[in-house]
Design a protein around this ligand. Structure first.
Ligand SMILES: Cc1ncc(COP(=O)(O)O)c(C=O)c1O
Length: 359
């Protein structure tokens, strides 16, 4: 099966090979070297001097950590799809008051709207933004949104789960306090590792946070980072996989090369589906660089397109949540050969012809 999923995605063979190596202790010299090297490469990739932690959890663990360490009472969650909504749910479940800024599905969060909201909501301590809303295949204008958040002096949490490694993120320049992702997305590593950057302001806030627990306490992680390790057993195979893919990226021309590879795949898929007469779900200009969310043709269920593509050997992704029946998604993350894009688009043409004949 060829994967055009939205995560977990297919992994490069070199990543899988690195993950299959014999274990070392997470307190060994070998691990310390792997840990420090991976953290430093990720810092460079993200343009940051902030601490970068490697959590033994998926990205949602980092989401919860941002809230527990950096919000005492109240935060604002920007919602343009399912994962923005999840931030609000996690904050509520952790006993925080939540304000929301919600836009209609398919629309991005616009800076002027956020500016207005923050002018009225003076008491929120932090703002969460989903950089790339995987459920809608939509990217938000993060750099401009960050400017707004900083102009109001608020802390900024960025869910970059499906954008880190797939599009530009400049953590220090843009002033992102907590910015996290999951291994199983753009870097094409199996699930289980949540990686993210944490600013000095976020660490400061954590010093006085009440009821923040222990497992995701940023201050505990900071202490262990100084000893080139993690508080608990680290997810060594995934870290070895991440180390390998970043080295592969560097060997091939670095971040610029990797981001342009993804942009090119994304463009080819989008052009291909347009040639088949299909339209994109998100507002024009805000289509995701890693996940194309496509309107299924009139009268054809998106889930049926997904299922028929599986019959042809291609795993796409179903539409998510409330748009499931009239969209389907094609991811362009992870290990995808250039020729697979052509064969996937050929198969999609056949599937759509067959379904249109039946309808
Ligand atoms: C934008 C976004 N945020 C959060 C998550 C949750 O990530 P995880 O399953 O790694 O916790 C996902 C997963 O698809 C996502 O796409």
């Amino acid at each position: 099966m060829k994967l055009f999923t939205v995560g977990p995605v297919a992994c490069y063979p070199q990543v899988l090979e690195a993950m299959g190596r014999q274990m070392v202790s997470h307190r060994s010299k070998e691990y310390k070297t792997l840990h420090t090297e991976t953290v430093e490469m990720l810092q460079q990739f993200l343009g940051t001097n902030n601490e970068v932690f490697l959590f033994t959890s998926t990205g949602t663990g980092f989401m919860e950590a941002s809230i527990r360490n950096c919000v005492n009472k109240k935060m604002l969650c920007c919602i343009c799809g399912s994962f923005g909504k999840r931030y609000a749910e996690v904050a509520t479940a952790n006993g925080k008051q939540v304000e929301t800024l919600e836009v209609p599905l398919g629309e991005p969060i616009m800076p002027d709207l956020l500016d207005k909201k923050l002018s009225k909501s003076k008491d929120v301590e932090a703002v969460s933004i989903t950089h790339n809303e995987t459920s809608m295949g939509l990217i938000n204008p993060l750099k401009q949104l960050a400017e707004v958040v900083k102009s109001h002096g608020k802390m900024l949490f960025v869910d970059a789960v499906s954008s880190m490694g797939g599009t530009e993120i400049a953590v220090d320049k843009w002033g992102l306090d907590v910015c996290f992702s999951s291994s199983q997305k753009c870097f094409g590593v199996p699930p289980g590792l949540g990686m993210g950057s944490v600013s000095p302001d976020a660490l400061k806030k954590s010093e006085t946070a009440k009821d923040k627990g222990w497992y995701f306490d940023f201050k505990v992680w900071e202490k262990h980072q100084k000893k080139q390790g993690t508080p608990m057993t680290s997810v060594i195979p995934q870290i070895a996989g991440l180390n390998t893919i970043i080295k592969m990226i560097d060997a091939n021309g670095g971040k610029k090369w990797f981001l342009s590879l993804y942009a090119e795949r994304n463009r080819r898929i989008r052009e291909g589906v347009r040639k088949l007469g299909l339209t994109m779900f998100p507002k024009s200009g805000y289509e995701s660089p890693t996940v194309n969310c496509i309107n299924s043709p009139d009268g054809i269920d998106g889930v049926t397109v997904y299922e028929q593509m599986r019959e042809k050997g291609f795993e796409l992704a179903k539409g998510y949540g409330t748009v499931q029946n009239f969209t389907f998604r094609i991811g362009n993350m992870g290990y995808i050969e250039s020729s697979d894009i052509d064969s996937m688009l050929d198969a999609l043409e056949v599937v759509l012809d067959e379904l249109q004949l039946k309808s």
